[in-house]
Design a protein. Sequence first.
Length: 333
Amino acid sequence: MQRISLTQFLIEQQRAGRTTADLRLLIEVVARAVKAISVNVSKGALAGVLGEAGSDNVQGEAQKKLDVIANEILIQANEWGGHLAGMASEEVEDVRPIPREFPKGGYLLLFDPLDGSSNIDVNISVGTIFSVLRCPEGCTEPVEADFLQPGRDQVAAGYALYGPSTQLILTVGDGVHGFTLDREMGSFVYTHPFMTVPVDTQEFAINASNARFWEAPIQRYVSEMQEGKTGPRGRDFNMRWVASMVADVHRILTRGGVFMYPLDEKCRAQGGKLRLMYEANPMAMIVEQAGGAASTGRERILDLVPTRLHQRVPVILGSRNEVERAARYHTEA
Ligand SMILES: O=P(O)(O)OC[C@H]1O[C@](O)(COP(=O)(O)O)[C@@H](O)[C@@H]1O
Ligand SMILES: [Mg+2]
Ligand SMILES: [Mg+2]
């Protein structure tokens, strides 16, 4: 069987006019950084990377050592590459323009360096999520406003899943493609062409410990699924919750499902739990490109016009018919 590498895949995309040379090289740099993060994640206690870093991030959350390590790896790998004007990270308060001494490019890179931090110390899958935007005209020293573009303007989005195998999932706006890291060869191999999310599903993902804080439409939607065969849906549903968005979304890309972190009374004041620019937008682009849907319950995620870099939003994404049903319950309420 002929093995196609990520590099070959990206060259093909460039030849077909779906990426620029700069975007191709940018993605290759991200993939190299992801390999380095994967090495650190997989060494775990042997490399002393588990546990707390002893600091808080901009979100006021305690940082794990791996949050800090993954953030540093992504920043260092990308800042001298010449393809970017600036970066923004979930772990860093302000945007980070490319330093003067390095060449600059026309893209902006945003990332959640380590997603699912609460799973690091218990050896459960974690990930990295990234999003690429064009730097607006004339933006050489980007400021926050340059990053505040709706998700529909992303030119690429992807995530890495550090699970039993390390996978890189990518879209440049022409479907969703999956690559598996061959650890011996050190390269990503094209293993999952055109991943799709089935329109219907029998599986949902939500942190049910928040049930008492949910709004009425989500209470209705989830309890109808829990009622199973004898309820209004007339069939049984299964439930899964990894608490690493990357792992939960990857399951949905693989076999369908609906993932929800809705607005609730606990997170209402901050607008939601998940971050728009680093989590919701890239995952929404991937899921839509795979034939699924992504909504806040009230509107399409990719149409939201961001107001803040670290903005949080409610997220309902996955199999299209289920996301539409959950959104309809919001409208009816
Ligand atoms: O612990 P909870 O409330 O179930 O939240 C889990 C969610 O929080 C997140 O861990 C947030 O990601 P970070 O680890 O990047 O902060 C998501 O990956 C996940 O879906
Ligand atoms: Mg995250
Ligand atoms: Mg994170």
